[in-house]
Write a protein that binds this ligand. Structure first.
Ligand code: C5P
Length: 232
């Protein structure tokens, strides 16, 4: 695995999602299923998309006591997803329990990555609401190192942080990065954005791309452009 474009399938329901995926006749892109689609359709949506031959990143961001996360991860592992995630804020003990739950009897498991601090959390809010006094970058790198120590495979981060994460956690530690826009595209509600080409240059391992593909006039063409710019 590594160096791939993941399409964020942020759709409200199955019909919309499947008619989008129907457009891809040749290739089977890696797709991300988030909370909205999963909570609307239940686990069957994962089985249905998997049955069509797509790799799946199930973006449910688990955060609970270690035992609950361990048991929930075992369920997700049996759903045969390829990648899933949790909040590093749940502590190293929670992340270790997650790895345990995720590991199948044959020793295989999906890739597990951590959310450090959500990009919607500002340094000011982190200080006032969470009582975390350190600078954002230090907190993000500390959480990334905790994830590595717990045995996780990488983190979700801004492409602009990918180089720093690699320098702290090693080149083989995955950086999965949203916030991608084409140079000539619309930024939408994202503020710190980067092109697929630039994300490649900084060292992202996976880019997560939603609207630049899902809202494009020709989604297959937009996906192919992303792959060409990012993977080469
Ligand atoms: O449409 P767009 O390309 O902005 O979609 C990006 C995807 O990545 C969305 O599913 C969004 O929720 C997710 N994401 C993000 N920023 C983060 C974490 C996740 O944009 N920090």
């Amino acid at each position: 695995m590594g160096k791939d474009v993941i399409i964020a399938c942020d759709f409200a329901g199955k019909a919309e999602c499947m008619s989008f995926l129907d457009k891809f006749t040749g290739v089977k892109p890696f797709v991300k299923i988030g909370m909205e689609l999963f909570y609307a359709e239940g686990p069957q949506i994962v089985r249905d998309i998997k049955a069509r031959g797509h790799k799946i990143f199930l973006d449910l961001k688990l955060h609970d006591i270690p035992n609950t996360v361990k048991k929930s991860m075992a369920v997700l592992s049996r759903l045969d997803v390829d990648m899933c995630n949790l909040h590093a804020g749940g502590t190293v003990a929670m992340m270790e329990a997650a790895i345990e739950g995720l590991t199948r009897p044959d020793g295989t498991r999906p890739i597990l990555i951590a959310v450090t601090q959500l990009t919607s959390t500002s340094e000011e809010r982190m200080r006032s609401d969470l009582l975390i006094e350190k600078p954002m970058e230090e907190v993000v790198m500390h959480y990334a190192l905790n994830a590595k120590r717990a045995g996780l495979d990488g983190v979700v981060c801004s492409p602009l942080e990918a180089a720093a994460v690699h320098s702290v956690c090693g080149k083989e530690f995955y950086t999965v990065t949203p916030g991608i826009r084409f140079a000539d595209g619309d930024k939408g509600d994202q503020s710190r954005v980067t092109t697929p080409e630039k994300a490649k240059e900084i060292g992202s391992d996976y880019i997560v791309v939603g609207r630049p593909i899902t809202a494009a006039a020709d989604p297959v063409k937009a996906y192919n452009r992303c792959v060409k710019e990012f993977v080469g």
